[in-house]
Design a protein around this ligand. Structure first.
Ligand SMILES: C[S@@+](CC[C@H](N)C(=O)[O-])C[C@H]1O[C@@H](n2cnc3c(N)ncnc32)[C@H](O)[C@@H]1O
Length: 302
């Protein structure tokens, strides 16, 4: 594709695939996604999948971090954690630095004591940053890990402006909202990583992109990093087309996706076996303590 053109033929807005709960209308400022709030969806993911390790980039007040009840690492150059709801700092490691600095100097597996089960990427909302965060995070995952990304389904072009233009306001139904240009992750991952299982959920307000079947050994994105940026860095949503993005996202209702979610770690079979044998072992111990064990058989007379 050229820098300012979408890869595929444009999809007419009225033809774009859409979930029942997201409304896509001719005037793109009227798009909205009305599934459950992303924070409660994250909470539900934690409850159902029971991760043993959680990794978060971009924690701000700590609201998403607080959904984890397992050992967690959060990376943010400027934490503003709520004082009224303190985090359990025995479980949570806070790394106050940019994610690039974190990956240059730390190892999430050492911080967590194991590879990442669940990651939530919600740091700097500019495409090169999220692309790097994804590449770096995936290296510390395992095949069943989940990487969730926030804000990849913007509701209008205005909220996709770059960070440096944050203060610029235009007529919009979402004044003050900023999702940045991380929406590019969806078409880029679909093209470069068809091996990933990507589900874009209709979590309000700007979607949750969930990646499964991750591959810690994949180097495809890292190998193509410069080419991807050269191709995509200057593409604007106005050029790509919001209907094309919805077509690439194939948004799914949260309630249809959640029931398919399984626990990361099944029951420990060895522990189960030991527990099942425990009563039998106790009975045998009691019998032997009472001297009730069968006497040794006398040798038979021949
Ligand atoms: C949208 S907020 C995160 C909100 C939080 N996850 C939630 O949902 O409540 C984005 C956060 O990313 C942090 N951030 C900005 N640049 C970053 C970078 N380069 N690396 C890591 N975090 C960054 C900001 O300090 C901010 O706290």
């Amino acid at each position: 594709m050229t820098r300012d053109q979408p890869t595929e033929a444009p999809v007419r807005v009225e033809d774009a695939p859409r979930p029942t709960t997201a409304r896509l209308v001719e005037n793109d400022t009227e798009i909205f996604i009305d599934g459950d709030f992303y924070m409660s969806v994250l909470r539900e993911i934690h409850l159902r999948s029971e991760p043993k390790s959680y990794f978060e980039i971009g924690a701000l007040f700590g609201d998403t971090l607080r959904q984890a009840s397992c050992p967690a690492v959060a990376v943010d150059p400027h934490f503003q954690l709520r004082q009224d709801a303190p985090l359990n700092l025995e479980q949570v490691t806070l790394r106050e630095m940019t994610s690039d600095d974190y990956f240059a100097s730390h190892d999430p597996i050492k911080d967590l004591g194991r590879s990442i089960d669940l990651a939530f990427l919600d740091g700097m909302h500019e495409f090169p940053f999220l692309l790097r965060d994804f590449i770096n995070t995936e290296k510390y995952c395992h095949r069943r890990s989940i990487i969730a990304m926030h804000d990849c389904i913007p509701l209008d072009c205005h909220m996709t402006r770059l960070f440096r233009d944050m203060a610029v306001e235009r007529p919009t139904n979402h004044p003050g909202c900023w999702a940045g240009d991380v929406w590019k992750m969806i078409p880029v991952l679909r093209r470069y990583r068809p091996d990933l299982e990507i589900s874009c959920l209709n979590a309000a307000p700007t979607g949750l992109a969930i990646c499964r079947n991750v591959d810690p050994h994949s180097t495809v994105l890292a190998d193509n990093y410069d080419a991807i940026l050269a191709e995509w860095e200057t593409v604007r949503l106005e050029d790509f087309g919001i209907a094309n993005l919805f077509a690439a996202a194939r948004i799914q209702p949260v309630e249809a996706w959640l029931p398919g979610l399984r626990r990361f770690h099944g029951p420990n079979r060895l522990r189960q076996l030991r527990a099942a044998l425990r009563p039998r072992r106790r009975i045998l111990q009691a019998i032997s303590a009472l001297g009730l064990t069968r006497p040794p058989e006398r040798p038979r007379a021949v």
